[in-house]
Design a protein around this ligand. Sequence first.
Ligand code: XMP
Length: 530
Amino acid sequence: KILILDFGSQVTQLIARRVRDAGVFSEVHPYDVDDEFIRNYGAAGIILSGGPNSVTEGDTPRAPMAVFEAGVPVLGICYGMQTMAEQLGGKVENGHVREFGYAEVRARGHTALFKDINDFTTAEGHGMLKVWMSHGDKVNEMPAGFKLMASTDNCPIAGMADEERRFYAVQFHPEVTHTVQGEAIIGRFVHEICGCKSDWNMPDYISEAVESIRQQVGSDEVILGLSGGVDSSVAAALIHRAIGDQLTCVFVDHGLLRLDEGKMVMDMFSKNLGVKVIHVDATAQFMGHLAGVTDPEAKRKIIGREFVEVFQVESAKLKNAKWLAQGTIYPDVIESAGKGKKGSHTIKSHHNVGGLPDTLNLKLLEPLRELFKDEVRKLGVALGLPHSMVYRHPFPGPGLGVRILGEVKKEFADLLRRADAIFIEELRNTQTEPAPGSNEKAMSWYDATSQAFAVFLPVKSVGVMGDGRTYEYVVALRAVQTQDFMTAHWAHLPHSLLGKVSNRIINEVRGINRVVYDISGKPPATIEWE
Ligand code: XMP
């Protein structure tokens, strides 16, 4: 296994992720673990992360000296390189030019780390890497025994290696995807330099996570807010695997869920998996507070507040609970670390069941904190959750509350649920048709879109049905394709599919006589309508 020492970089977890992608188990620990810890850990290699400090200041973090005495390979990244240089007798200077973002680095192929790895070769025959840099300081004198491994114009010592002791260091960040060969470089370090085999996988992860949850909570009781979304569901399944009936889930139904969702969640967790779930139907309470409110932000705040309220009442009944479990995943951790930055605007105040306040006086249990969404999904499947639920589109915490424009009414929610279910059913049942000769595979339009749903518009328009005039509401369909949900394209759904969905909604959902398709990208529109 690989030990990663964290010096506080925003992207340390990405190192762990890359190492795991290479099939090798790794753990992140704070940089200030003691020498004893390092000696007993049994790492096949150690990686020192980046960090926000400057080694040119005396009281900033340093690696325990045991790291360099353990006799195992060490890879320093960014700050990790600088502290390695300084601790082993080299020099670091306070940079005058900050380097941030894309850079091209000349890589010296004589080292085991870079041999035969490069993105392109210059006219002079130098192997070059396309990398991501983010640093102010730089190493300006290598410690004794080190050779130059990489350089840029701004940073003549962008990589160094002492191959005898198997110490390697790079100024750029191989852990981010912008560094094109990052995966290859980290793979090279863990497989060839540290000698680790690719044998780490999800079942191993489950047994380790189960063990660590048991150690953390002992015989205490744990509560978890289950929303039916992927993250809280996978967290519940994992924690239940670890501690069984010591876990109680609270499932708050705000009346703004998709069709049959409450039943589905109860069937899956309570019936199939045997998890203790308290199902709270708080529809009346939510609808009561939302009555007459039309402002989107006000609606979001009310739903968030009431959710916390209901959860607090329920959790107060569980007198022995000492832990609050949450399905926080790694991107949430990064996102909240970036929150509160000056100058950024609140576009929408997001709410989800992860956002419970610390007034509950419970200790936090967050077993998915180090995982990315796709890893959470794989974990869910490995835990036996159905594929169709683990690969569902995301659903916002405020639910249909942000998909019913203006005032939320139960009657509108009921119409919307039925229209939405028809849309989703047709997306699941219709296959894409890749162009002949392309190597894309046919898949359902549900899988080919990142998020799709119906929106209720509280305006009436005139229609004709049979011989009669109708005067009814409008439903808008929204389907987008996106990587990160920060930007998105509207999906080019086939007209035949749109036509069928429209027909079915108008025929089957009395109260809707017009269906429109949203063809706005994000930006300037957002994915949800409110
Ligand atoms: P927008 O509408 O901002 O949505 O383009 C981007 C993504 O975020 C989801 N979303 C939410 N998720 N709580 C959530 O958990 C919320 O309050 C919330 N608001 C929007 C939205 O569904 C889309 O996937």
